[in-house]
Design a protein around this ligand. Structure first.
Ligand SMILES: [Zn+2]
Length: 56
């Protein structure tokens, strides 16, 4: 699956995948979350994924 739509890429870049990942269970949480909504762990890390746009 590849994203070739420039509009979609722009949207993804703006959002920048802003959420927190639980180190305990791997669940996604809101960027404002202090605790995991699944396992209530405080062991969260911010998701910082680089946008890797493929050329061509
Ligand atoms: Zn969790």
């Amino acid at each position: 699956m590849k994203i070739s739509d420039p509009v979609l890429i722009e949207i993804v870049k703006r959002r920048r995948l802003r959420f927190m990942i639980c180190r305990n269970c791997g669940a996604r949480n809101a960027i404002t979350a202090k605790k995991c909504r699944k396992c209530h762990s405080k062991n969260l890390r911010p998701k910082r994924t680089e946008i890797r746009a493929k050329k061509g």
